[in-house]
Design a protein around this ligand. Sequence first.
Ligand code: HDE
Length: 709
Amino acid sequence: MEETPQSENPKLRDLEKNILKHEESAMTTDQGLKINDDHNSLKAGDRGPSLLEDFILREKITHFDHERIPERIVHARGSGAHGVFKLHESLNKYTKAKLFSEVGKEVPVFVRFSTVAGSKGSTDLARDVRGFSVKFYTEEGNYDLVGNNIPVFFIQDAMNFPDLVHAVKPEPHNEIPQAASAHDTFWDFISLMPESMHMIMWAMSDRGIPRSLRMMEGFGVHTFRFINENNQSTFVKFHWKPKLGVHSVVWDEAQKISGKDSDFHKRDLWNAIESGDFPEWELGVQLIAEEDEHKFDFDILDATKLIPESEVPVHLVGTMTLNRNPDNFFAETEQVAFHPGHLIPGIDFTNDPLLQGRLFSYTDTQLSRLGSPNFHEIPINRSINPIRNNQRDAHMRMQINKGAVSYHPNTIDGGCPFQAMMKDGGFHSHEERIDAKKIRNRSKSFMDHFSQARLFYNSQTKTEQQHIINALQFELSKVERPHIRENTVNQLTNIDLKMAQEVAKVLGIRVPENRVAPVNESKPAGADESHYASEVRDPKTKSDDALSIIKNVKNASKSRKIAFISIGNHTAEKLKSISNQLEEAGSKLKVVSSQLGSLKSREGHEVKVDETLFNTASVLYDAVIIGDESRSGKEILNNGKVKEFVMDAFNHCKPILVLSDSKTFIEEMGFPCCKNELKSAEELYIDTTTEGFLRSLSKHRHWDREELI
Ligand code: HDE
């Protein structure tokens, strides 16, 4: 009997006809049974009760009921991408890892970026640290570099990690606030943990609110070891340097983006890859000879310290290109399982007590998240080197192991699988002499909590320092308990007295003018003496330009999104020429108007409108062009949405190009800084020529404008 479409709805009937044409597209149950009706449950009569025997309905609903898995306890919100890593300088003098010794070799990678504190559905632009995890699928097995966009961490010892996470996550009684660190429990913990002050400086800096995942650095954080063919070890720190440079948004902008597009970073990464604008990073290494382990004025095993680039330069050795979006978010980005213990021969750990704790945690968390020790069989986690061992069974086992033997040593299978000799790539932990007392303590060499926090602060430009002060003012003003605000400000005085005083002003706290930065000041109630004691050091490096974003801005005009606002008074010729110039610079122009469809230029040419003033906002763009070319340029500013758009761009220090008379434009805009005296376009850092605008774009922002706001 010939199948006929069942649906009464004509549209669905057409769809069904199509499907029936393609035998291979026929819908089936999970057991491969072709389904004839996926819309109606089996009932006793048209209007009767549903029948328990409806195995098709039960299979569908049961699968649905179990679709959610527990989200990651930290780093729940993530964005992933596939790509490739290519080495251009061999490190074979230091490591036998083929990944880092065979020049020109292309190794597939999967990368997952994440925020740390927020739930899976939270916003991308929360002030937070970003995870930067890379899985290299090498012929020697999977190597995971599970890092962050900040090179140091809050704590020194894994023992404090659950407390840190409990403190930063929403408060347990009311589950508020989501994805934010501006609340009492977080700052209570921080104020009692002086070792966190260096990381706090980074998190409160613009690094905590990146412009794009494609525009942030990545760091392995811990010191690792490279091991060469002769089993010699060299300490190594890993860096990822984005080719687009490091750029951030401003805090007011971040908060508005969270409302306008909470997927801002996710979308930006996805769209860039989809359009062939592949993000790239250079992999850099800092190498420290084994005999130099103790030559620094900090301990290289302490994850709250970085090695200044001015002391040990970063060598760039390879490029990572992200060139493919995942096919399925759940199967890939959600199910990917990283682990700092996924190593390959030639790379090993150090005794960093934070890293050591991580080695236990990551497998453990995958067991509860992915449900089985067979998570390595999920396609995104599979090694390209075939798996051969005597592990067997457990939930959702995919591999069908043949034969009787699942033990070693054995004779029945001729001793297979063999243990690999070191010369054949068998992994061998680095041999390190340990002659020590078993002890629960912290090394004295970890006790200088403030020198590098100060180094970071001193390395920032005035603008960046002000951003840190503003962020601390914002965060601490959300803290309800006065003693927590006070304890934190006291900690800040150990970094920079003036900064602490500036922060304190907004909090209604007085920090005495003559307060000398105390080092071992009496600990607040609840603080652990051993954590609180801090040593005075006189570090070699007092300031390092590599730590500033603004000092390192180079040509930033690539991969930018520019709004061209018009309500009809633009000329098609100008629009085309600007659009071409921007495209040449690697950026994209979007036409924004009051309605979708097409828009007529002054010459009568039609142009497609990309976004409307209602569905978009200035915070979603890097720069704005007011396309109106009428002499007065007044008409466009009668539109309140346009005014709001420009005012936000102005306040966020973005490049602005005005094509109409700039004096009238400035008058009509009514910028607060022009209240007493009208300022020129130049004084307001507003461009009137395309050339000037392109120059502004390449700087990312006009930070000097902040002085006017
Ligand atoms: Fe993690 N961390 N972490 N972490 N971490 C996790 O593992 C943990 C730390 C980092 O995209 C969890 O699979 C402990 C430092 C990233 O899937 C968990 C300690 C750094 C990601 C875990 C740390 C990181 C995680 C949660 C202190 C920077 C996301 C889900 C001893 C170098 C990976 C998961 C992804 C994820 C534990 C500290 C980076 C619970 C115990 C330091 C980028 O296992």
